[in-house]
Design a protein around this ligand. Sequence first.
Ligand code: CA
Length: 300
Amino acid sequence: MSKKIVIAHRGASGYLPEHTLQAKAMAYAMNVDFIEQDLVLSKDDVPIVIHDIYLDDVTDVAKIFPERKRSDNRYYVIDFTFDELKTLQVSERFNPKTGKQVYSNRFPVWHGDFKLHSLQEEIELIQGLNTSTGKNIGIYPEIKAPEFHQKENKNLTEIVLKVLSDYGYKTKKDNCILQCFNAKELERIRKELKSKLFLVQLMEFKEETKQLVHFATYADGIGPWYRQILSEKEGDKFTFTTLVDDAHELGLKVHPYTFRADDLAEFSSFKEMMQTLLIDANVDGAFTDFPDKVIAFLRK
Ligand code: CA
């Protein structure tokens, strides 16, 4: 894995509703290196590909099962069976309180016919396409909210590892990268569950950058928030923290999130973001909602 990799973040989610099979097929056709799967368990222990433990900001669950919300007024994936989840319509992401779509220039809310699906269904799509096209595009699954699942007496990690193994993803050669924000859980995956997969420790907070030496005892890479890499802007050039160099010295790959052409924050253009992080900061890959744009940039 020496070239810079492009990871389709929730699929080609800048163009189609996130984590739908359509968004994954579109990402596949863009020739990404990896396609991401966020994973949450259903009531009957099926790993569902969805970003949050909630259903009400990407589906019509509030309309179809109004009585099934919890006391916090949210609807949880874990309270529904796989068959029930399959009856829901999936939409472009919206604010459940206002109904307003989160990224206003993306695919319109409530258009099209989209459904939730399992990890198995998505792997069969990607492996099927690998067979029919002769390509070898990888998967990049994420164990979501392990503490929440444990509190609900659910073994998300064990179930996911079993599915991955059943479909041939067992070692670092098998084109699968497993990611998690929870450091204890990712360490357990390596040290107790003896996984031989390529593991990436996701990071969000500043204090975590002091944990790199420990992360390197079980992980093969880190997935930082891109702002953990930036220091400040001097004139029109950014300066960087030591995170990327420190990680590389420990042999860790660096795959920051999230490259969004329609959410630039401190960058004046998407090109500047890509140049700054991928080339100047020298990271090893990018989680992006717009894989075609990152691939076109890297090709030049
Ligand atoms: Ca994710």
